[in-house]
Write a new protein. Structure first.
Length: 294
């Protein structure tokens, strides 16, 4: 029995090793994204189909636009400011781990413009990763620990709920989020899965408060209601989708990044666009990307 076709179109056959962290710029009407392992920050213009790669000197786990222009980027060795052309300007904080076996992973700004970035233990031998917060004054605060691969960070439309996943646990949790302190509390399970390929990776939230998550190694993205009910379950034409973003005109296009690193030849023959960026029109728009206030 053959699988049903995917509703997604490949809009950029990027062949990224580890495509991640798509961020839509309303002002430019472009999608920024990273390839963590062929390290670069990329600028994709859907109108022209042109992608511009801005190489980085080491793994780039995540980034955010800056309110004053350019970017804040989370490289293996710490947080940096970068110019609009991707040129690194200055390091603003060291990495809160040993870069020999840890790196930054998923991240985004909270509604107040603080940059939250997760880390991951590349050895996967201990729950030594964390979620940290870079404030506009450039102080770094650890806000969650006891995890292996920080992922799935997103916020509800009112900013009062923070979502987060530790991918190997197959669980997405919701937290109360204090806007004044930038601290999460009172964790509860939003959704839990048991299948080996049901591994929640990067996420986005739409204006109805629904949570879009990508299943790394599962070839699917799900839309989950704030109640935890699965509303949509969509196939992606790659087995390793990594993160969702809502962009395009009116922010009514669902973009999904993906990876091809480590995939076997048979899989790549079946999914030749692995590592590409996929897009699907949706009815419910996304939330605007929040820039870093520092």
């Amino acid at each position: 029995m053959t699988s049903p076709p995917s509703p997604f179109a490949c809009v950029l056959d990027a062949r990224a090793l580890l495509g991640e962290c798509p961020v839509w710029s309303d002002g430019e009407q472009v999608l920024y994204w990273v390839d963590i392992d062929a390290p670069a920050l990329n600028r994709f213009d859907p109108a022209s189909g042109r992608n511009t790669a801005m190489p980085m000197p080491e793994a780039i786990g995540c980034f955010a636009l800056r309110a004053g222009g350019g970017f804040v980027v989370a490289l293996r060795d710490g947080f940096w400011f970068a110019a609009a052309d991707g040129r690194l300007e200055r390091k603003v904080a060291d990495a809160p781990y040993d870069p020999a076996h840890h790196r930054f992973n998923d991240g985004r700004c909270d509604p107040q413009g603080r940059f939250l970035a997760g880390t991951m233990n590349e050895r996967r031998d201990a729950n030594s990763a964390a979620l940290v917060r870079l404030d506009p004054d450039l102080t770094v605060t650890r806000i969650l620990g006891d995890m292996m691969v920080s992922n799935g960070l997103a916020f509800s439309p009112d900013g009062r709920t923070m979502y987060h996943a530790d991918t190997p646990t197959h669980v997405v949790r919701a937290y109360d989020y204090d806007a004044a302190t930038g601290l999460p509390s009172h964790p509860r399970v939003l959704a839990r899965w048991s299948g080996e390929t049901e591994r929640p990776d990067g996420a986005a939230v739409d204006v109805e408060g629904c949570y879009w998550t990508a299943f790394y190694r599962g070839g699917r993205v799900l839309r989950i209601a704030p109640s935890g009910e699965t509303l949509q379950d969509l196939r992606v034409p790659a087995l390793c989708p990594t993160m969702c973003a809502l962009g395009g005109p009116g922010r009514k296009t669902l973009y999904v990044t993906s990876a091809r690193k480590g995939r076997d030849p048979d899989e790549l023959a079946r999914y030749p666009h692995s590592g590409g960026i996929f897009a699907l029109p949706v009815d419910v728009p996304g939330l605007p990307s929040i820039p870093f206030a520092g």
